[in-house]
Design a binder for this molecule. Sequence first.
Ligand SMILES: [Zn+2]
Length: 320
Amino acid sequence: MSTDRNALRLRVLGSGAGGGLPQWNCGCPPCRAARSGDPRVRARTQSSLAVSADGARWVLLNASPDVRVQLAAWPAAAPPEGSLRASPIAATVLTNADLDHCLGLLILREGGAPHIFATEPTLEAVEQGLGVLTALSAYGPTKSTALNFHGEETMITDRDGADTGVRVRAFAVTSKVPPYAQARGLGAGRGELDGDTVGLLVRSAGSERVLAYVPGVRELDERLAGYLSQAHTLFIDGTFWRTDEMTSMGLTTRDAKVMGHAPLSGSDGIIEYLQRFSRADRWLVHINNTNPIHFDDSAERRACESAGVRVSYDGLEVTV
Ligand SMILES: [Zn+2]
């Protein structure tokens, strides 16, 4: 945590994975507990962070289908005093084209969406798979900019080209192409590190302190470590506790790895991997509803916290 006034500010808009907690059609233990108001479990909206270099203009990191309620619950996201149509939300950076990360673009259609930054494969998926950019352009000015995924720094600007003060470096990570895009044949023939999913290193232009945001990653390799080691604050994939978490419940035949996520537990899991970054503030995001860490008195939650890895929550605010 920094006291530097130029440091990056961050708000967790949604700490859940796709479906949120509770998910509308799910009867797993955390969903049932969240639905019944069990105090051990927090409800969670879907995956998104907001960051700002100046506390006035904000950049969304992913735009979830819950973005309307996420912004309505946050006074800083209100239109500036005296303006009839305006928003502090200046831009959106997507880490991939998953529905929980991109459907919010359509929710932000009124008056044209904030400037969209994403890799070419992600822009291709949201446009050719869902028609998002064409749809948005029917409602107002729409601008998208391709993000390189080799760690080169990009200035995040609003639709008019004004600098937000936020700087982003995207780097390819192993995950998966969203099922809806696969169904349209998108991503076929591309390699795993060809930009379908990225992690982000984010900083304020006035500060050298760095946030790493990686809500989806499957392989915890040295390449990834090279990027994470540059960060002071980490918000990392907390989707599943176990690889067979959903398959063992009979909810799907696709295990965590097939769904593009390393598990938290185990000697090859994310918690163990994060031990080498112990000088950084470490938080989990994108937590799937089936994950037992939702229960604040669970052995899994204790294992996580005693390893120095905290479970983030909707509305959490951090200075990087
Ligand atoms: Zn559930």
